[in-house]
Ligand binder design. Structure first.
Ligand code: HEM
Length: 510
């Protein structure tokens, strides 16, 4: 039997979204004085995944960029054990930027933070119940903290009552983490039905992932200075595990042009002689009013949907998430390119469920009558992300958005935050292969309708369309969509477990 998870060693954000704390701010810091920084980190009041009774009214989380680990003077051979994409950084190489769609107006050279010379060392995330954020920040920012860090940015957030700026309910679909470690995946076996439960190792380092393997992370020799703080590595008991109970955090500041979105949708709706919010709903894949999916619910339960929380929450989860796209192979109900279908196509290892070994081998070799779209989209269980983002800037209703902008229109958007154990296979794959790429599941000349940067790419001069298939009729096609979302900053962070944080605060030179 697998050892139980020690919740007190996991930062709380992995387990909870802290939704009842409707105020939050993320402090982007650089280390001014490494010794003072280590001293503050050593006693920082970090909220853990065990802190839930009583439910805390404030929370604090900490994560580091690789430059931050260097600034704390963590030994180089230890830092070298982190993943290549974390070491390179979100904006560290032009090819990565191209793959993520960070070109043109999204280029890191124009970012407010996270580009060259503006990379934070540490992010301190503060959460608080209504009216308590300022006091909470004051109690955290002690004189020791002030001497230790320089604040290079502060990402404020706003509470839009569970909706994002385009007006849709946000945070509806999340993977369910297998905290009880009951999920088994056979190394060579295939998962033939979509399920929402995902191995813990997809989100926490130090546990088996969906391949039944342990994701790479820094492992230290038992005798190494400070390593007795660290838990033992499950897969290599002679080693100490610096990754265990930690995760990678992707933060991207995504500015939303709400006026451009609704003005475009308004014009396109009129030109197609339609009324209502149908076009915007096709772009997202859910209804504006209640977040319901555009495809009918499955009759059979989807494992992991409706399993957790209060009875009301479980019922809601079933209403909003018990579905796949199997009944809608051509996208007549929910367009293939809709944001939620790109973000999670709900595909399995062998689409079409061929029965028996011979039929499966036949299918793997590319024969058979399976739906043409399916083979073009990889199975989702290897590409899930846990979203923990928050909005910033004042709300703007669709009605207000179609009015001309005042000269001092404030910025608004999403501080997108994704947690994952393997940035390349999870966040980067979703962002690149499913969101940004202009060839997705049989589509061309279009990328994600919300996120696409609309930049021409090699072999595809137009990337600004959006197809809405119709049952038995010619598809509708939106063209010349402007860019609605612009990247304004971003970085990759490592969010350590609590024992690993203590190690980081005790190790390193002067
Ligand atoms: C400003 C930017 C964005 C907006 C306005 C936005 C909006 C939404 C909305 C309204 C939903 C449906 C409700 C829900 O399940 O939470 C959703 C789902 C989702 N989004 Fe985004 N999103 C944005 C950026 C991103 C990015 C950058 C990614 C990943 C690279 C992403 C991945 C997903 C995923 C995976 C889902 C869940 C799909 C599912 O499981 O059905 N989103 N988003």
């Amino acid at each position: 039997m697998s050892a139980a998870v020690d919740y007190s060693d996991v930062q709380g954000l992995v387990r909870f979204g802290f939704a009842h704390m409707n105020e939050a701010a993320y402090l982007l810091l650089r280390v001014r004085n490494p010794a003072a920084a280590r001293a503050w980190l050593d006693q920082a009041p970090v909220t853990t995944a065990a802190d839930r009774s009583p439910v805390p009214s404030t929370a604090l989380q900490i994560a580091f960029t690789h430059q931050g680990l260097e600034a704390l003077r963590i030994p180089q051979h230890v830092i070298a054990g982190f993943s290549a994409e974390f070491l390179s950084g979100m904006a560290g190489d032009a090819n990565r930027s191209r793959r993520l769609g960070d070109t043109g107006a999204n280029s890191p050279s124009a970012w407010r933070w996270g580009g060259e010379g503006k990379i934070p060392h540490v992010v301190v995330m503060l959460f608080a119940e209504d009216g308590q954020l300022d006091t909470w920040q004051q109690s955290v920012a002690t004189p020791l903290f002030q001497g230790a860090f320089e604040e290079i940015g502060r990402l404020d957030t706003s509470d839009l009552g569970g909706r994002e700026h385009f007006g849709f309910i946000d945070g509806v679909s999340q993977p369910q983490l297998d905290w009880s470690r009951a999920r088994t995946v056979s190394v060579n076996g295939n998962q033939l039905a979509y399920g929402n439960v995902v191995c813990l190792g997809e989100f926490l380092l130090g546990y088996p992932n969906e391949y039944s393997r342990y994701t790479e992370r820094p492992l230290l020799d038992a005798g190494e200075a400070g390593s007795d703080e660290l838990p033992q590595a499950e897969d290599q008991p002679a080693k100490k595990d610096l990754g265990k109970n930690g995760t990678y955090v992707v933060i991207r500041q995504l500015e939303q042009d709400v006026r451009a979105f609704w003005q475009y949708v308004d014009e396109a709706t009129k030109s197609l002689h339609e009324t209502g919010y149908g076009l915007a709903e096709s772009m997202v894949g859910r209804r504006l009013e209640d977040g319901a999916p555009l495809v009918p619910l499955s009759q059979s339960p989807v494992p992991g949907v409706g399993d957790a929380g209060s009875a009301a929450r479980r019922r809601k989860d079933v209403q909003l998430n018990q579905f796949t796209y199997e009944s809608d192979p051509d996208g007549a109900s929910c367009p293939i390119g809709a944001h939620i279908r790109r973000g999670n196509p709900r595909t399995v290892d062998l689409p079409g469920h061929p029965k028996g070994l011979l039929a499966q081998a036949f299918h793997l070799l590319g024969f058979g009558e399976a739906n043409l779209h399916d083979d073009l989209v990889a199975s989702v269980r290897f590409h899930r992300i846990l979203r923990r983002g928050r909005e910033y800037g004042p709300a703007l209703s669709p009605g207000e958005a179609v009015q001309p902008a005042p000269s001092n229109d404030p910025g608004r958007g999403l501080h997108f935050i994704a947690l994952n154990a393997n940035i390349e296979r999870q966040f980067e794959f979703v962002q690149n292969a499913w969101m940004a790429r202009t060839k997705f599941d049989g589509l061309t000349e279009e990328s994600d309708p919300l996120l696409g940067n609309r930049e021409p790419v090699k072999g595809c001069p137009f990337t600004n369309a959006f197809s809405i298939p119709q049952d038995g009729k010619a598809r509708k096609r939106l063209v010349e969509m402007p860019q609605f979302v612009t990247v304004r900053g971003g970085a990759y962070f490592f969010m350590p477990g609590i024992r690993a944080l203590r190690y980081l605060s005790k190790t390193g030179g002067a």
